[in-house]
Design a protein around this ligand. Structure first.
Ligand code: ADP
Ligand code: MG
Length: 212
């Protein structure tokens, strides 16, 4: 369960979140929608413990993440799957290497890595591109690699910040379809997007609107 409990957050210049509340109980696909600058990315930064709220608490499975020690916070962050607008791949590394990295950081055995990485890439339609350099892929392919990297360790919580922000309409619907299918597996997904036309979102999801 994820709970934002009366979150207030402001910078020196402005108040960004005022009494934000959100509870996610089961495995859900939650879409946080709102105009540019309303604080969607800030919300995710708070959830991963990168910044602290001025007041209020964020609980993940009953743990207040701002009470974690730096070591516990690192373990928590590595347990998540994160997907970004700008993909954040290593361009000079191969598709395989980009995805394997998640498992290497977690200390998985090479045998496991050589099994799990092709397996997830296969499922994302990239089984034939394991040896391609990330820089040579199209935008939609890059995002699928990034999704594979976020999923390969089977996280129970996936966080996506404008994952379709840099993609053309075809790749966008492709990626949204993949994300809703992931949600059929036991994961919670929180995706933030300023996209106004969410009608193309397939599958079951809950939309939370935030405003200034
Ligand atoms: N590090 C920062 N310092 C000052 N202002 C910031 C910082 N990060 C974000 N902001 C401001 O906070 C507001 C919310 O930002 P953000 O969460 O990135 O919005 P969104 O993701 O919804 O577009 C914006 O007005 C932005 O300019
Ligand atoms: Mg943002």
């Amino acid at each position: 369960m994820i709970q934002f409990d009366s979150i207030f957050y402001s910078t020196k210049e402005q108040s960004i979140l005022e009494d934000f509340n959100l509870t996610i109980k089961g495995k859900e696909f939650v879409v946080v929608n709102g105009a540019s600058g309303v604080g969607k990315s800030t919300l995710l930064q708070l959830l991963v413990g990168a910044i602290k709220p001025d007041s209020g608490n964020i609980y993940v499975d009953g743990v207040d993440i701002h009470e974690l020690t730096p070591e516990q916070l690192q373990v928590y962050r590595r347990s998540l799957g994160m997907i970004w607008q700008d993909f954040r791949l290593f361009p000079e590394k191969t598709v395989f290497e980009n995805v394997a990295m998640t498992l290497e950081i977690l200390g998985h055995e090479p045998l496991q890595i050589y099994h799990d990485v092709p397996d997830i890439l296969d499922r994302l339609g990239l089984g034939k591109k394991l040896d391609h350099k990330a820089s040579r892929l199209s935008g939609g392919e890059k995002q699928r690699v990034a999704i594979a990297r976020a999923l390969v360790h089977k996280p129970s919580l996936i966080i996506a910040d404008e994952p379709t922000g840099n993609l053309d309409p075809n790749s966008t619907s492709d990626i949204l379809k993949i994300l809703t299918e992931i949600n059929a597996v036991p994961s919670t997904i929180i995706m933030v997007t300023h996209e106004q036309n969410l009608k193309q979102l397939p599958g079951h999801h809950r939309i939370i609107n935030i405003q200034h």
